[in-house]
Ligand binder design. Structure first.
Ligand code: SAM
Length: 255
């Protein structure tokens, strides 16, 4: 398919363009086309996203939606949509709107009645969950926990009865603190630390909180992390195996 027969971008639309979370090969063809054909790229950090555009040889006016104060942040974007512009929104990494300031801009654009389109791609949450080996049937995404100890604990306690996988983002500086909290609240659960996804040193570390804390004594863990907490997997496995084989049989018999 050549570019010339693809439909042009729609005027007055905010395009949410997912960008790589570490590996530049994860930039999608459609994302690149939107970045090339839009009128302006709104970025969380224009310097960082400028490097991405440069890598793909795209030259485009950029505006920062993070350098203004809270109230003004989305104003310029809305004004441009009003003038009929096609605005591509990118965040520092991954899918705009997932634990980053993209969410606010989308709310403002929707509230002002503008079209918002998602250009899917890399997302640390999805990459980590799907390769973790934990249940993907039901999961709860927490994003970043609050910084204050009491609030963190309260949040973790409140989710203890949830059957599915819990997924959260955490800074490398708080991984040890988090594992300590998980040792108290989720002592018997399997924890997966998905580290440096899509990068050279990508790895999945798994164990109980105590086992992972033990491992931390022997090596330091740097980089970016997604932390996953297993649900009541033992009970689920028995049920799922039966259901899945039944499903497969009926699918096969229809061919
Ligand atoms: N919007 C992004 C997405 O779609 O995943 C997330 C942005 S959030 C500000 C950044 C957090 O995502 C990091 O602190 C880390 O928890 C997680 N993250 C981003 N890139 C990652 C990577 N390559 N490996 C592991 N975790 C990553």
């Amino acid at each position: 398919m050549t570019e010339s027969i693809l439909p042009p971008l729609t005027p007055s639309t905010l395009y949410l363009v997912a960008t790589p979370i570490g590996n530049l090969e994860d930039m999608t063809l459609r994302g690149l086309r939107v970045l090339k054909e839009c009128d302006v790229v709104a970025a969380e950090d224009t310097r960082r996203s400028g490097q991405l555009l440069k890598h793909f040889e795209i030259s485009k006016p950029m505006l920062s939606y993070f350098q203004f104060n809270e109230a003004k942040r989305s104003e310029e974007i809305i004004e441009r949509l009003r003038r009929g512009q096609r605005v591509a929104l990118v965040t520092d990494a991954g899918t705009p709107g997932i634990s980053d300031p993209g969410e606010r801009v989308v709310k403002a654009a929707r509230a002002a009645g503008f079209r918002v389109e998602s250009i899917p791609g890399a997302c640390a949450l999805v990459a980590a969950l799907t390769a973790s080996g934990l249940s993907t049937a039901e999961f709860h995404f927490i994003g970043f926990l609050p910084h204050k100890s009491g609030q963190r604990r309260k949040k973790l306690e409140a989710l203890k009865s949830f059957d599915g996988t819990l997924v959260l983002y955490e800074s490398p500086y708080r991984i040890e603190k988090l594992l300590g909290e998980l040792h108290e609240i989720y002592k018997e659960r399997t924890i997966v630390l998905a580290r440096e996804l899509t990068k050279k040193f990508e790895e999945y570390l798994r164990g109980t909180p105590a086992e992972l804390l033990e491992m931390l004594k022997k090596r330091s863990l740097k980089g970016e992390f997604v932390v996953l907490i297993s649900g009541n997997e033992g009970e689920e496995d028995d049920r799922e195996e039966g259901e899945e084989s039944g499903e497969r049989e009926s699918e096969e018999s229809s061919f």
